[in-house]
Design a protein around this ligand. Structure first.
Ligand SMILES: Nc1ncnc2c1ncn2[C@@H]1O[C@H](COP(=O)(O)OP(=O)(O)O)[C@@H](O)[C@H]1O
Ligand SMILES: [Mg+2]
Length: 257
């Protein structure tokens, strides 16, 4: 199962990515969480201790690794480098693991407009397709907010996109854009997780805007999630109700893939 979690900023992508990763790990899957947001915080939401987080270096910032694998010289542009760098050992060697979930942080590449081809970019792209085409049980990609990453095609090989929305018009608008663009790049399955639901009206509002088959389920607004964020804890450990909600969503997803 390879899924990319996307949606508007602040809707709960990282929270949900962390919770479903923890759940699947508890169920015995080998889970790799890929933090593809330049403003990376997936490890934090997974409950990684601070010390371990400090040890995480984004792949794009590993200058020596990038140079070695692409046979390029750091900081130079316009020179020749390998377009098919070896990446197969990177996930195991450079991920950090906690609570049964492995995490790889991609980092960011200054693409300087469209069509950038630099060694970092080539390495990240090759790594992403390797992760997705490889034989890992589960890959959960926590994407950056919005729709820009879709243009880069980073996630086009995933089995499904999960768009996290809240009961509001703005995040639904992002969902509609993601849906259109994802279809354009060939992602066939798009699902919605509705987060921060407060009451029945909220659920009704979501179902007026999202087809029932496409809606994997609801996660209620939960003060325990806010508290866990404040205390640098994993929201997954904060409350049994949340676990149940994520379980339902995960089961529906498995049935639909
Ligand atoms: N169901 C929820 N109930 C209450 N707060 C939530 C819920 N889901 C997420 N949050 C809070 O919303 C904020 C944004 O969540 P986050 O997962 O970082 O969003 P994103 O990754 O989409 O930017 C965080 O402070 C998080 O604790
Ligand atoms: Mg996030």
């Amino acid at each position: 199962m390879k899924i990319a979690i996307t949606g508007k900023g602040g809707v709960g992508k990282t929270t949900f990515a962390a919770m479903i990763s923890r759940l699947l790990a508890e169920e015995g899957y080998s889970v790799l969480g890929v933090d593809a947001d330049p403003d990376a915080n997936l490890a934090l939401a997974l409950g990684f201790p601070k010390q371990l987080i400090d040890e995480i270096v984004p792949i794009s910032e590993m200058k020596n690794l990038v140079a070695e694998r692409t046979a390029s010289t750091p900081g130079t542009f316009g020179t020749m480098f390998k377009m098919n760098p070896k990446v197969s050992d990177i996930p195991e060697q450079y991920c950090k693991e906690y609570n049964g979930v492995k995490v790889l942080t991609m980092g960011t590449v200054d693409t300087g407009g469209s069509g950038c081809v630099c060694p970092e970019h080539v390495l990240l792209k090759t790594l992403t397709s390797h992760l997705i085409l490889g034989n890992k049980d589960v890959v959960v990609m926590d994407m950056e907010a919005g729709i820009e990453h879709l243009g880069r095609g980073t996630a086009k090989f995933v089995d499904a996109f999960i768009v996290v929305v809240e009961p509001g018009e703005r995040s639904l608008q992002t969902y509609r854009k993601v849906k259109t663009l994802a279809e354009d790049i060939g992602v066939k399955k798009i699902f919605v997780v509705a987060n921060k639901i407060r009451n029945e009206q909220d659920e009704k509002f979501i179902l007026e805007n999202v087809h029932e088959d496409e809606c994997l389920g609801f996660i209620h607004y939960n003060p325990n999630i806010v508290d866990s964020d404040r205390s640098d804890l994993s929201p997954f450990d904060s409350n049994e109700q949340i676990k149940k909600e994520v379980q339902k969503i995960s089961d529906k997803l498995k049935g639909a893939l």
